[in-house]
Structure formats: structure tokens, C-alpha cells
Design a protein around this ligand. Structure first.
Ligand code: SAH
Length: 389
């Protein structure tokens, strides 16, 4: 019944943003709205023209997340179709792993929903009130399509607070063990589904892990190794790999993972990456490959300057540590630290390190974490492969 539908009217700026293809409207760009958190509402421009239907949450900065530009109902069938399209897309990718992302929020047309598969288990993260209220419409088709042993809601991210949602960790279906062993190419690793970072692993780095395996040779230093995502692939090719992380539990897990793969050429060092890189370069150590995969140094626009200095410091040290012909694999997962800024920072690091670096590749997040062309926020992971010449 269109007449009784809740309507939000957006400002000129909100409307042109939606018309540009971006799915978000900020609270400040809404001129009139009723409705509660989690409602599906109709969005009009100021002249009453229909722009689409959206997930609505007045408690969130991003109050409107457009889900369709067509005049169609957002019902169980609609959710079913989206989930079907998302899972079909993953099938076309022929992913060489049994842990991967099935639904990547906005880029799969389901704002605020992340669904990851770890073998027989599914871990999801809900970041919008509208999805939270319709969770059965998500889990039912997943159970039907994937027949998982269990589904876990990893709703412990602080981002939920910004949506006015409580944080919780909850089994939604079947039984989900503490950790599961999954496969990524020729490597097996244990993912801690209930307590690990993200949903248990850095699935967005999967293709970069595999690429690192191809570049690996000689002596490899994997800095910010976590549970060994890069180190394990590198160790299959290289003579030796040293995995460095500040977290002992992460290194313990990395040790277990090396054992799972029968790799005896990996050593594990607990250290602050900044100190370790400085000491190693001061003492004239050298490596054939250095991998840098730090946590997001810039979590907001305000932190970009400080973050640039940190990125420059670790990259400069890493470049100094490279043999001629050596490879630097350097990542940034900060959306606010753009690709352009990263290039500029790497250029300045190379200049200060006195190194000539050749670009072998610019890589991004894995294909199962697609980017939405009109929403730059969905493109966050950058991975440069540079060679010292
Ligand atoms: N490379 C990993 C993911 C890295 S996540 C993979 O592909 O799976 C970032 C890691 O950096 C975390 O494990 C965290 O413990 C570590 N870390 C954060 N700050 C650090 C610091 N200053 N020194 C060393 N490690 C740090």
C-alpha cells in the first residue's frame, strides 16, 4: 500500500548523491522523515519524485542506505534474490579456497550485511538495523543453499554502536566450534571464528597471500603477520620466513598453522614492528622479500597525516632491508589513506631510503570483496608489489 508507506524526503545534495549512484544519504541531507530504525522506507526528492527504497536508521549518521531504485517491495523474496545473486557470483569466481566472503554489504546490494563462509560454517556480521530485524530472511536462504553445520553472528564490532545496535556473539543455527581448519590454495590454516580478527581471518587478503607465495624467495620477513596469512604461503617457496607480530596469541596460532602445513622454515618473533624494522635496518640485515600488512593506521580523515608518517617509516625501513632484486609487498587497508596518497608516500620513502623501486603490480582486495564503482568507500585495500632494481 503505497499510500501508507513511510517516506523520507532528501535535500538537493542528498538527491544528487543518490543520482550519482551512491547508496548513502547522511542524516544532515534529509529534510523530512518519519519511521524507526530498521524500517524500509520510500525515498523522494523535494519535488516528490521517487528515488528508491532504503534501509532507514535515524540513529546512524548514514540514515539512508538505498537498496533499490525500482518500485519493488523489499520482502522475503527480494532478500532471497539478493542472496542468490551473491552466492552465484562467488561460484563464477572459482575460488581456490573454502573460506571466502559470500556477501559484501553494499557491493552485493545488502547494506550492513557481511557473510563469510569457513568450510561448513557461516559467520555473519550485521551492521544495519533493517537487516537485524529481518535476520531470518538471511539465514533461511543460507541454510537452504549451503546446508551449513552452523551459523554464527559475530556482532561484536564497535561499528554496531554507531547504528544503535548492541554488540553480541550468538549462534544462530546448528553448532559452531571455536575454530575450524580451512584451506586457501595449498595452505591450510585454523580460523578462530568466535574470537579472531574480523570473522576469523583476513579473507580480503586471500589473493594477495597467494600472490606473495609466487613472489617468495630466499629470506622473507613478514611484518604484521597475525596468524601467518602471508608467511605460510611464502614459506612454501622461500628458504626461510620470519613472522613478526606484537600479539603472542596471534603468533601461537601462526605456529599451529605452520605445523598444520608441515613447514619448518618459519620462525616467529614477538616485537613492535616499528622497533624491529629500525633495528634490523640499522644493523644491516637484508632480505629478499619484505611483507608489510599493518592494521589501518588511518581510521578517520583526521588521522591521515599521522598515518602517512607511519606508513612512510615502515616502508622506508623495509626498502632499506631489501637486496637488489628484492620484493616489497606493502599493504594498506585504510580507506582514508587513498591509493594516490599511498603512491606518494612510497615514492617519498624510496627517495629517503635511496632506493630505486620498480612497480610490479598494484593489487586490491580479493574478488569476493567487490567494490561498488559509485561508492569509493567500498574500495579500501591496497597492495603494492615493488621490486628493488
Ligand atoms: N597479515 C595478516 C593480517 C595482519 S592484521 C594476514 O594476512 O592474515 C594486523 C596485525 O598487526 C595484527 O595481528 C596485530 O597484532 C599486528 N600489529 C598491530 N600493531 C603492531 C605493531 N606495532 N607491531 C607489530 N604488530 C602489530
Amino acid at each position: 500500500m503505497k499510500g501508507s508507506e513511510t517516506v523520507a524526503v532528501v535535500t538537493g545534495r542528498g538527491a544528487s548523491r543518490l543520482r550519482s549512484g551512491h547508496p548513502w544519504v547522511y542524516r544532515s541531507d534529509i529534510s523530512e522523515a518519519s519511521g524507526k530504525a530498521g524500517d524500509v522506507i520510500r525515498v523522494n526528492d523535494q519535488r516528490g519524485r521517487f528515488l528508491g527504497r532504503a534501509f532507514y536508521n535515524p540513529e546512524s549518521q548514514i540514515s539512508i542506505r538505498l537498496v533499490t531504485r525500482d518500485d519493488e517491495p523489499i520482502d522475503e523474496t527480494w532478500f532471497n534474490r539478493k542472496i542468490e545473486a551473491a552466492t552465484n557470483y562467488r561460484e563464477t569466481l572459482k575460488i581456490d579456497a573454502d573460506a571466502y566472503r559470500l556477501i559484501h554489504g553494499e557491493a552485493d546490494g545488502l547494506p550492513g550485511l557481511v557473510v563469510d563462509r569457513y568450510g561448513d560454517y557461516v559467520v555473519l556480521q550485521v551492521g544495519s538495523a533493517a537487516v537485524e530485524r529481518r535476520l531470518d530472511w538471511v539465514t533461511d536462504p543460507l541454510i537452504e543453499r549451503l546446508a551449513p553445520e552452523g551459523i554464527l553472528a559475530r556482532n561484536d564490532s564497535t561499528a554496531r554502536k554507531r547504528e544503535g545496535l548492541d554488540t553480541e556473539l550468538r549462534g544462530l543455527f546448528g553448532e559452531v566450534p571455536e575454530s575450524v581448519v580451512v584451506r586457501e590454495g595449498d595452505v591450510r590454516y585454523q580460523a578462530d571464528l568466535w574470537g579472531g580478527q574480523k570473522t576469523g581471518g583476513f579473507l580480503d587478503q586471500r589473493e594477495n597471500h597467494l600472490a606473495a607465495g609466487r613472489y617468495a624467495k630466499g629470506r622473507v620477513l613478514d611484518v604484521f603477520s597475525y596468524t601467518g596469512g602471508f608467511a605460510l604461503h611464502a614459506a612454501r617457496q622461500a628458504e626461510m620466513v620470519e613472522a613478526v607480530d606484537a600479539s603472542e596469541p596471534a603468533l601461537d596460532a601462526a605456529r599451529v598453522n605452520a605445523g598444520l602445513n608441515g613447514l619448518e622454515n618459519v620462525s616467529f618473533t614477538r616485537a613492535n614492528a616499528f622497533d624491529l624494522l629500525r633495528m634490523r635496518s640499522d644493523s644491516g640485515e637484508w632480505y629478499d622479500v619484505v611483507i608489510l600488512d599493518p592494521p589501518a593506521f588511518a581510521k578517520s580523515k583526521r588521522e591521515v597525516k599521522k598515518a602517512s608518517r607511519a606508513y612512510k617509516e615502515i616502508n622506508l625501513r623495509a626498502m632499506k632491508l631489501l637486496n637488489p632484486g628484492g620484493i616489497l609487498i606493502t599493504c594498506s587497508c585504510s580507506f582514508h589513506f587513498s591509493r594516490e596518497l599511498m603512491e606518494e608516500t612510497l615514492r617519498s620513502a624510496a627517495a629517503d631510503a635511496g632506493r630505486t623501486m620498480r612497480v610490479r603490480e598494484w593489487r586490491g582486495q580479493s574478488e569476493d570483496h567487490p567494490e561498488l564503482l559509485a561508492a569509493p568507500e567500498t574500495k579500501y585495500l591496497k597492495c603494492a608489489v615493488l621490486e628493488r632494481v
